[in-house]
Write a new protein. Sequence first.
Length: 72
Amino acid sequence: MTIKTQAIYAGGSLQLQQPLPVPDGTEVQINIHLEAPSTVANDPLAAVIGIGEGPAAGDVSAKHDDYLYGTP
């Protein structure tokens, strides 16, 4: 039988979000699937984040063509 449930890892143990429909003392096997990276450090694109930052003035959209093709 397979049961899918949610849990939170805290303090060295898993805390189930709802009770399981199995008797106490039942031996189970657990497969862990992490939902999402919790930090930018785990992001595979972390090396390129911020590479396209524009000028601090915030006029990137107003002067889009000037930045791409040079000021006329």
